[in-house]
Ligand binder design. Structure first.
Ligand SMILES: *[C@@H]1O[C@H](CO)[C@@H](O)[C@H](O)[C@H]1NC(C)=O
Length: 394
């Protein structure tokens, strides 16, 4: 019953926002052009893993810089462990169902950092109740450190980022967005109804490895069309850190990266199989490694579709013994030889943040709800020329 009501309210808000966006819908031309300062600005991506956060900057000239890796404080680790292992508020495994509450929150409180949360904290202070830092504050603490490191790297204030996260069902995009608002940062996710509301690590890593990237990214719909006839991949993402293992299956509708609905189809989280546990345990080593191998096989075995890609993330995933175990366990699954090939093209520690930065970089060049007129590129050429001559004269 509640689900139904939520669904209707969500559809209604979605419909209203579509109608109200009618005058500047994506089928129309923009009135203004993006200035060079936005169009050529570096794209910034953050990845919030259960253990640390990473920041990557993707510059207009194509240079990609891994800016920072910052360990979460004990509160952050505890929060993430809780979110990783708890069920979402709504007990439903369907992806779109899970989208509902956050979507509602986003539409009801579009730009303010939820007034209810503020009010609730204010009330508690008045009543003399001690208030512990809540999830939003804990997350914003780590985001702030990433922000500072990034601003130093790009030597300008940071305005907008794309944040990717593991996709735990209890960690809602609304929570991450609220944490960004605390810091005065805007997000590249769901800034208009045409763009996705969430970017999970699996998707970001898929894109960072060069998959599903359209050529014509200036046009949201043409971009999707490029992949209309491609077979849908089933991606197995293995994330490994010193304190935990988590694996996800990403099941796409087409092979396009950054899909509109981004959520792992299935996920496995195991805090007992982190690298530290495996290395510390002298006696039962074989038992542990055997368990690791079988845990790695669970999702691929249960998956309705055959795995087409195996992608890696996390700072411990390149440990030789872990890689050997992974290779062994995957070869037992008799996937095709091409699939079983485990790719190590980019550093798995920064893979997800690279994907997020790439997403941000591409979005810098595109207005979110209209098409730029053709003369915009010419205008920017002139603008860039003027800036460079002014700088030469200095
Ligand atoms: C790209 O731009 C960045 C920042 O302005 C600069 O540090 C880097 O050297 C440039 N790379 C190339 C290949 O020009």
């Amino acid at each position: 019953m509640t689900m139904r009501l939520l669904w209707w309210m969500c559809s209604l808000t979605h419909f209203v926002s579509l109608v109200s966006a009618d005058s500047d819908c994506i089928g129309t031309w923009c009135d203004t052009c993006l200035p060079v300062t936005i169009h050529d600005a570096p794209g910034v991506g953050f990845d919030l893993t259960p253990l640390y956060g990473t920041a990557v900057v993707d510059y207009y000239n194509g240079t990609v810089v891994e800016v920072a890796k910052i360990r979460g404080n004990p509160e952050y680790l505890e929060l993430m462990a809780r979110l990783a292992t708890s069920k979402p508020v709504l007990q439903s495994t369907r992806n779109f169902m899970h989208e509902l509450p956050s979507c509602l929150v986003e539409y009801l409180f579009p730009s303010v950092w939820s007034p209810w949360r503020d009010w609730w904290r204010w009330l508690n202070v008045k009543l003399g109740r001690p208030i512990k830092a809540d999830g939003v504050e804990i997350i914003s603490d780590l985001l702030q450190e990433l922000k500072i490191a990034t601003e130093k790297a790009i030597s300008q204030p940071l305005d907008r980022v794309a944040v990717t996260e593991p996709g735990f069902q209890a960690l809602s995009p609304a929570m991450v967005n609220a944490a960004l608002r605390v810091l005065g940062l805007r997000t590249w996710l769901r800034d208009s109804v045409y763009y996705p509301s969430r970017l999970v690590e699996g998707d970001a890593v898929y894109a960072a490895n060069g998959y599903g990237l359209c050529i014509n990214y200036l046009d949201r719909f043409q971009c999707a069309d490029e992949f209309a006839n491609s077979p849908a991949p089933t991606v197995f993402v293995v994330s490994y850190n010193h304190n935990l293992l988590y694996t996800s299956i990403m099941d796409y509708a087409t092979s396009e990266a950054f899909p509109y609905v981004s959520s792992p189809e299935a996920q496995l989280v195991d805090y007992e199989l982190g690298l530290d546990n495996l290395l510390e345990n002298d006696q039962d080593q074989t038992v542990f490694w055997d368990r690791l191998r079988s845990q790695l096989q669970i999702l691929p075995r249960e998956s309705e579709y055959t795995i087409t890609h195996i992608l890696l993330a996390g700072e411990s995933v390149t440990h030789p013994r872990f890689l050997a175990s992974l290779r062994e366990s995957m070869s037992e699954l008799s996937l095709g030889p091409a699939t079983a090939k485990i790719q190590l093209a980019i550093d798995p520690t920064f893979a997800a943040a690279r994907g997020a930065a790439l997403y941000a970089r591409r979005r810098q060049e595109v207005p979110s709800d209209c098409y730029e007129k053709l003369e915009c590129e010419e205008m920017r050429l002139r603008e860039r020329f003027h800036t460079s001559t002014r700088e030469e004269l200095r």
